[in-house]
Design a protein around this ligand. Sequence first.
Ligand SMILES: Nc1nc2c(c(=O)[nH]1)N[C@H]1C(S)=C(S)[C@@H](COP(=O)(O)OP(=O)(O)OC[C@H]3O[C@@H](n4cnc5c(=O)[nH]c(N)nc54)[C@H](O)[C@@H]3O)O[C@H]1N2
Ligand SMILES: Nc1nc2c(c(=O)[nH]1)N[C@H]1C(S)=C(S)[C@@H](COP(=O)(O)OP(=O)(O)OC[C@H]3O[C@@H](n4cnc5c(=O)[nH]c(N)nc54)[C@H](O)[C@@H]3O)O[C@H]1N2
Ligand code: SF4
Ligand SMILES: [Mo]
Length: 743
Amino acid sequence: MSEQRLRICPFCEATCGLALEVRGREVLSVAGDAADVFSRGHLCPKGVAIAELDRDPDRLRTPLVRRGNELVEASWEEAFAVVASLLPRLQAEHGRDAVGVFVGNAAAHSLALSLYNGALVGGLRTRNFFSAGTTDQQPKQVAAAALFGTAVSIPIPDVDHTQLLWVLGANPLASNGSLMTAPGIGRRLRGIQERGGRVVVFDPRRSETAALADEHVALRPGTDAHLLFAVANVLFAEERAALGRLAPHVAGLAELEEALRDFRPEWAAARCGVGAETIRRLARELAAAPSAAVYGRIGTCTQSFGVLASFAVDVLNVLTGNFDRPGGALLTRPATGALHTVGPPGRGRGHRFGRFASRVRGFPEVFRELPNAVITEEILTPGPGQIRAFVTLGGNPVLSTPGGQHLAEALATLELLVCCDVYVNETSRFAHVVFPAPSPLEQPHYDVLLSQFAVRDVARWSPAVFPLTPGARPEWQTLLRLGAIANGAGDAVPVEALDESWARSRVERTLGDPASPLHGLSVDAVMEALTPRTGPERLVDFSLRAGPWGDHFGTRPDGLTLAKLEAAPHGIDLGPLGSRIPDALRTPSGKIELAPPALLADLPRLRAWHPPEAGALVLIGRRHVRSKNSWMHNLPRLVKGRARCTLLIHPDDAERTGVVHGGRARVASKGGALVAGVEVTRAMRPGVVSLPHGFGHDAEGARMGVARAHAGVNSNVLAASDVLEPLSGNAVLNGIPVDVSPA
Ligand SMILES: Nc1nc2c(c(=O)[nH]1)N[C@H]1C(S)=C(S)[C@@H](COP(=O)(O)OP(=O)(O)OC[C@H]3O[C@@H](n4cnc5c(=O)[nH]c(N)nc54)[C@H](O)[C@@H]3O)O[C@H]1N2
Ligand SMILES: Nc1nc2c(c(=O)[nH]1)N[C@H]1C(S)=C(S)[C@@H](COP(=O)(O)OP(=O)(O)OC[C@H]3O[C@@H](n4cnc5c(=O)[nH]c(N)nc54)[C@H](O)[C@@H]3O)O[C@H]1N2
Ligand code: SF4
Ligand SMILES: [Mo]
């Protein structure tokens, strides 16, 4: 007898509801949950592959510890004992900054990691905190913090109601959307067209999304800020800026107009490779649309002008009055809360950066985080504060960060490397201890992070589909225990006690906020009300009940609780995004800051930039729907078919460089060189070539048999770690100058 089980998919930001047919401990089939209130049956091949991940023989079931050159299976107690014998000693001898930590992308998709990584990171108390954020969205967060007051105050395009969507540097038909949780994005984009609206895609490649769009603007990589500021310039020059109801909440309008006075379309055209008349027309269309949303993602972030481009996106939404209105771009009101739903409404402390800096290069911290591009030098450069031990949580930085080949060499020199990961991969092969996480099907789920960026406010809870395999441990317990070792409490405190105090600290923090609806309640009473739940369930119940839709522990009896979600297995839809300004603002002024001095100070760099010489090539990245960064290449159904780690190149460039379709090309940058198969295609803008990231699975010591047979090459060998976006510390992964020649 088979039965149906529901689980939110943890593989991308779309968060689709999956409907699994299971028999005993076996998954018979995976379908989209047609009754899911948000995804309504949407599914992609990665979701189906959750069954293959669940049974993947290479997926780790037990901890591993290093014996000489080998990683061998060990008991949990042995594994914790190794960490307990080394970590506190290294901290005592060399200081807390001698231990670095990298939080990877899996933390966004795992409930355990998202709720408990703080227990470990907080326990380490190190300045050497790194994350995938500095190869991803950090520029967007810097812009959001400057304009609206918090790192997560990112306006989300209202794709379901807009009449005009501009997509810059994103390919949601492959990625399924990012900082725009919108399951079934293809359907939603076609919906815009069906109601008479338009989709315009700005991308150096005719991507799948560009092919669907009404217009494709094939701009030169790294010139989004040039183009968007020229659009703003036209809005000002032609008096088309119309703030509408935002007007009383905006500061710096005149300063912005002045700062952009020389960003004329003709000036931008020479840099972007897009005609001045096109830029003027686009500006007029944007101003005239009944509603419009400008949306920028990875291509606008992982480039040299990431912060300015992200800023420009927000500026256009505000100047056209589309920020904070239906059909435009809005802030969410997520059920488990966000920084912009807590604290006093309408005003906040804002953000100051550079309170400390990286040791070797002196790069300033941003949101208490250092660029992941400095990890290698921090490990290899001797002196006080040198990193001697390192922890990775759900990340594979050898493949995902710039100059990963050098990071690999550096990791091999560490006195202690602890990896929390589900595979022995290109990074964890260097570990002294590896702690596995259970199959996602053995863990409950709620999208605490991604709900903050969803195109509707929804709340969905997935209980674990299967009980834990005997011998497995939930990852939240691993994080608590490692946190206790890191903060000096040792490895003997019972995990229940650690969980109790972690939960209590969360509750205390919320109740201590005078603006919280729970302010004044007693911590004991709230902890009692959450009984008998423990672990992530307790924290989710608490966040829901304390959140903007919550029952506030009785004062709003109709409000959300985890029990209510458990009774609604397909989720609860809380409705479309609505206006939240001015309450959601957290800037010190209580205004939308349109002319933040730190951001405007970067304009001279933008002015000074010149396009590459004729004939020069630059490299950009891409994603494929059957791939997920560096880690889903071990699942047979996702790697079947033709090789996907290929160099895309325009026919004119192929002819000039002598490479041929189906042949092999040597691609070299100042950072390194590699050889990849060639696909000649008119989809590329001339002068631009494309390689996906996350491949290069032929490393010695990695244990992913399927991935090894489809190894591909690590594109981040070509990304140099010395050039960073200056305001955010983000890596520059798009627009890398390269030479291409036949191999
Ligand atoms: N050139 C180039 N480089 C890029 C990008 C690009 O576009 N171009 N994109 C960047 C972006 S946006 C990102 S987010 C990063 C991603 O890079 P990383 O942060 O390194 O993350 P992933 O490559 O997604 O690898 C996730 C890791 O988590 C492990 N994992 C999976 N599930 C779990 C779990 O439940 N628990 C634990 N502990 N581990 C788990 C996987 O085995 C894998 O090792 O790459 C960046 N690198
Ligand atoms: N299938 C799949 N889905 C994923 C992932 C995955 O690896 N695979 N990764 C997930 C993660 S971690 C993230 S962050 C998101 C990212 O999601 P998206 O932001 O949608 O990322 P991509 O699909 O890489 O699309 C980026 C586009 O930017 C273009 N581009 C490159 N440089 C520039 C530029 O300078 N300007 C402009 N305008 N465009 C440029 C590229 O040609 C590409 O088409 O996807 C998530 N979803
Ligand atoms: S689109 Fe994303 S969330 Fe949906 S099934 Fe595919 S990987 Fe999972
Ligand atoms: Mo990402």
